[in-house]
Design a protein around this ligand. Sequence first.
Ligand code: SF4
Length: 762
Amino acid sequence: MGGREKPMEYSATTQERSTRSVTTHCPYCALQCAMRLNITERPQSAPSITVEGADFATNQGRLCRKGSTSAELLTGRTDRLTTPLMAVRDEDGERTGEFREVSWDQALDHVADCVKAIQQTHGSDAVGVFGSGSLTNEKTYALGKFARVALGTSQIDYNGRFCMSSAAKASTMVFGVDRGLPFPLTDLDAACTIVLLGSNVADTMPPFVQHLQGAMAKGGLIVVDPRRSATAELTAEGGGFHLAPTPGGDLALLLALANVLFEEGYTDRRYLQQRVNGLEDFRRSAAAWWPERAQAATGVGADQIRFIARRLGSAASRAREGGEPVFILTGRGVEQHRDGTDTARAAISLALILGLPGSTSGGYGTLTGQGNGQGGREMGQKSDQLPGLRSISSEADRTHISAVWGVDPKTIPGPGTPATELLHTMGTHSEDGRPGVRALLVHGSNVAVSAPDSGRVLKNLRALDLLVVADFFLSETAAEADVVLPVLQWAEEDGTMTNLEGRLLRRRQAVQPPSGCRSELWIFAELARRLGQPTGFPIDPAEVFEEIRRATAGAAADYSGMSWEKLDSGHAGYWPHPSTDAEETTDAVISQTTGPRELTLSGEPIIGTPRMFESTFAHADGRARLSAIRPRRQASPQADELTFTTGRLMEHYQSGNQTRRVPALDATHPEVTVEIHPAAARQFGLEDADYAVLENAQGSMRAKVRLDETIRADTVFAPFHFSGEAAANALTRGLTDPHSKMPEFKNTPVRIRRADSQEAAS
Ligand code: SF4
């Protein structure tokens, strides 16, 4: 399987003269499966589009249900937004809940006039911007530039703060740079052992499971999850292992595994001596977590902890002697806690003491969720960041970016407010006394459903002086907007995405958008002109990509050696790719290393750095940084409470704004369910298929009961894709990790009761 991405193909046949195929990538998750859209133009009606998986390294021809139905949203939709909308207000200025259609000039003039008036009265930071890990690199980059240059605001952040920020922070702290997988996904194929913590890939990205098959066949798949998820179920095939710690127990479990590895001499001493600082600090903190103590804190037996540690240590020892590699992977389950950064750091530390990262013995990686979750977190829409993973607080970085943008470095605002605080203080005041934003421009995000404490977010959205939402369907957030701007969908525009491997991909236009829709690039340019910034906002994605190359040159996430044309013609381009390394080769150009390793991506022309850290890490001294990790004490649920944890279903993506509109996906899981152990259900008087009400200080949700003997009896689970009374985030809190500011979605105390007849019928 070569995995080479094929360029655009327009292949008309004699039978169907207007049928053509375009190879592109799925609009949803970060696996970015390649797909072929076969488009048949039909006179006087919308084209018919079929989808098939295409040969590509991550999906190897397969698609999940979301990907294979993705084209259903492209044509023939009556709910597609096709013209700008403005909210209708009554004589008292109150919203009526209705919208009226307006022209683009009317909509953009109104937005610009309101922004100017708000900023004149309340200052530049009174206007905020909220972005997304689903936008292309070009739109993400332009959004960050638009906020800092055209609006002059520091108040920009994005929904990736909810998804990946703890692992990103941990990787930056330990390795010096954040790339989700610092190796090609296909490296997993040869593994004898894979430890997968807090990720249910069998449901969220099913084609990924192909890359676990090797480890599964060798009995080496170890899944850590409080639930017996579909991925945990895979451990039954071939004799793998499922550990089910308490929600939030992953950190103590990881430290206990490290404890055993230290105590029993499984660490890679030579690697640690040559490549890692801070070993003693980490060793001392792990020493506090002997297996029996961890058993009490996690619910995982001490004997099982020792067994898994020995198995892991033995596998890593064999790998050092030329055996099959060992990988440790993390997902959102370990991150969406108040100590998510520390937990991800503990997973990386475990990999380091085994000598895995950057060696032939294996590696550590974290699984990015959103389609452009990787590119989205390095293009400058984070509150503290400039393009290329540059810091907005660094004078050198500000100087470089200001030269690319053609502005005085002093005019670039400083760090803004991270997403949760931004949303929880808008229309009000933040905890440190700074005023919350009075206007918010939202792109590619449905915060009314996806943000923690969504009831508070909804209330704050309604308190804004101006809410502008760019979307292609009327999401729950767009329904609250003063102005709704209809934008383009994935297959209606060109761009680039960066997948979970740090590999750049070309997203290709396959169909014409509705005539009333516009690209965000055009919107930023038009608004910038109205706000007095007439130049510097190109609307051609290829032109924006060229600017990204200049902006990221010399940065950690360096795209400067990439080329739109090479990506278009099927090159596998992995950042960092400095322009000095622009020579193409069938082997890797390893910019940070002494030389290329044998690659499994044979036959693909590769540019950039598929495998990072082979000789150095990204800190100035080239060494990884271990340090002490000490779990913070967290309050246990009361006797009448359970621990509520949220997650995803196979059929739905993020807030469900797209997938809930696909009939086949909606029919499979039409309403929210809450998974509860039969013993807990008996305690609270619930039976299968009852309706239950879950409630706490934040709010309440109603869900259909699904009895599940495999979930922990102290834990309940519900997906977060639904809205209104079915919104799981009505219960989650605004508590965040102190390092990453990522919200705690996985550990919320709730009470549960049977819904009364009126609630059940609602
Ligand atoms: Fe692949 Fe993810 Fe799309 Fe499914 S949603 S087809 S796993 S990219």
